[in-house]
Design a protein around this ligand. Structure first.
Ligand SMILES: NC(=O)c1ccc[n+]([C@@H]2O[C@H](COP(=O)([O-])OP(=O)(O)OC[C@H]3O[C@@H](n4cnc5c(N)ncnc54)[C@H](O)[C@@H]3O)[C@@H](O)[C@H]2O)c1
Length: 341
C-alpha cells in the first residue's frame, strides 16, 4: 500500500487532488496535514473515506509535528500548503515567507531525514513574471524566474530550495508550475469564484484596471491529473509547466460568467489596478504533454459550467466562507461590503 503525506489538503487544489488520488489508487493511505488558515476548510475533506484519508491539523513550519505525523516509509510528500493570494501578499508578505519558504524547507529536511521517496512541490507560473502582450511568447521550463509580487517571490524562493535539495542532497524532487485553476471549492476572494458568487447574488463584480490582463486557465481536475502523472512518472529534479492552452483576458472571463448566469454586463465594476499587476501569463505545456502523455479533458466552457453549477448547488458552503473573516478582508480590499460594491 502506498502512503502519501499531502500538505494543504483542506484548500482548493489540495482537496481536489486528494479526491483524484483516492480514486486513482484504491489501495493507498493519505495523511492530510493542514493548518486550517482562513483558506482551509474541513468541509472540503468531509467527503473522503476515513479508512484511507486522515486529517491532521498542523503547520508545516512545525518540524516536530511534521515528523510526528509523517507515515513510516512514506512514498511521497505532495506540498500544496501555501499562502496563495497575491493581494494578501501585497498587504503583508510576512506569512508568505514563513509558510511558503520556511515551511517548504522544513518539508524538504524531513523528507531527507526520513527517506521519503519523492517530493512533489506545487509551484505557480507566477514565478516567471509577466510576458509581453504579444500572442507569440509563452512560459517554458527554461524561462527565467522573475517574480513580481511578494507571493510569487516567496514561491520562487521555495522552488530554489526544492531545486537545491535535489542538487545538493540528491533528494527526489519534482516541481510543477501551473496557471489559474478554476473549479469547485475555491475560496471566493479569488477572481473567478468572486465573479461567480457575486453574479449569483446579483452583486457588482470588481475588475482590476482595464480588465485586459491575460491569465492561463486550467480546470482543477485536469491540473490534479497532471500532478498524478508527475508523481508517478516525472523525472527526478525536473520542472513541469502545466497548462491547458486556454488564455483569456480577465474581462472575457467575467463576460463568460455573466453569459452563463444570464446576468447583465452592468454588474462589471472597474476598480483601481493591483500594484505591479502582471500583464500576461501563457504556458507552453509541451513538456508535460510529450513526456507524460497528459492532456486536459475539460474545455473552458465545460469546466466553467461545472464550476458555476457547483457554486449554485452549494449555497451553504459559499455562505459559510463569505461570512466572518472574508467580509473583513473584502472591506479592506475593495473599501466596501460584499453587498454594496
Ligand atoms: N489556485 C491557483 O490558481 C494556483 C495556481 C498555481 C499554483 N497554485 C499553488 O497551488 C497550491 C494550492 O493552492 P490553492 O489555490 O489550493 O490554495 P488555498 O489557499 O485554497 O489552500 C491552501 C491550503 O494550505 C493550508 N495552509 C496554509 N498555510 C499552511 C501551513 N503553514 N501549514 C499547513 N497548511 C497550511 C491552508 O489552510 C489551505 O488549506 C499553492 O501552493 C499555490 O501556490 C495555485
Amino acid at each position: 500500500m502506498k502512503r502519501y503525506f499531502v500538505t494543504g489538503g483542506a484548500g482548493f487544489i489540495g482537496s481536489a487532488f486528494i479526491e483524484s488520488l483516492l480514486s486513482h489508487e484504491p489501495n493507498c493511505s493519505i495523511t492530510n496535514f493542514d493548518a486550517l488558515t482562513y483558506a482551509g476548510n474541513l468541509e472540503n475533506v468531509a467527503r473522503f473515506d476515513k479508512s484511507r484519508h486522515s486529517f491532521v491539523h498542523g503547520n508545516i513550519i512545525d518540524k516536530e509535528a511534521v515528523l510526528a505525523h509523517l507515515p513510516q516509509e512514506c512514498d511521497a510528500i505532495i506540498n500544496f500548503a501555501a499562502e496563495s493570494h497575491v493581494d494578501r501578499s501585497i498587504r503583508s508578505a510576512h506569512e508568505f515567507l514563513v509558510t511558503n519558504v520556511i515551511g517548504t524547507q522544513v518539508l524538504l529536511d524531513v523528507a531527507r531525514a526520513r527517506n521519503v521517496r519523492r517530493v512533489v512541490h506545487i509551484s505557480t507560473d507566477e514565478v516567471m513574471g509577466s510576458l509581453p502582450e504579444t500572442e507569440s511568447s509563452f512560459f517554458t521550463e527554461e524561462s527565467e524566474l522573475s517574480p513580481n509580487s511578494p507571493y510569487a517571490a516567496s514561491k520562487a524562493a521555495a522552488e530554489h530550495l526544492a531545486r537545491a535539495a535535489h542538487h545538493t542532497f540528491g533528494l527526489d524532487v519534482v516541481i510543477t508550475r501551473c496557471g489559474n485553476n478554476y473549479g469547485p471549492r475555491q475560496f471566493p476572494e479569488k477572481f473567478l469564484p468572486l465573479a461567480i458568487t457575486n453574479a449569483i447574488h446579483n452583486e457588482s463584480i470588481p475588475v482590476y484596471g482595464d480588465g485586459l490582463n491575460v491569465r492561463d486557465w486550467i480546470y482543477v481536475e485536469d491540473h490534479c491529473r497532471a500532478i498524478l502523472a508527475v508523481l508517478e512518472n516525472g523525472r527526478s529534479g525536473a520542472v513541469y509547466n502545466i497548462g491547458a492552452r486556454n488564455t483569456r483576458r480577465n474581462i472575457e472571463v467575467v463576460e463568460s460568467v455573466l453569459n452563463q448566469l444570464q446576468r447583465p454586463k452592468s454588474l462589471i465594476k472597474y476598480v483601481s489596478d493591483r500594484p505591479g499587476h502582471d500583464r500576461r501569463y501563457a504556458i507552453d505545456p509541451s513538456m508535460v504533454e510529450n513526456e507524460l502523455g497528459w492532456r486536459p479533458l475539460e474545455s473552458w466552457e465545460s469546466g466553467l459550467t461545472k464550476t458555476i453549477n457547483w457554486y449554485k448547488d452549494n449555497p451553504q458552503w459559499v455562505e459559510q466562507v463569505r461570512s466572518g473573516a472574508y467580509r473583513d478582508y473584502y472591506k479592506q480590499q475593495y473599501g466596501t461590503g460584499v453587498e454594496a460594491l
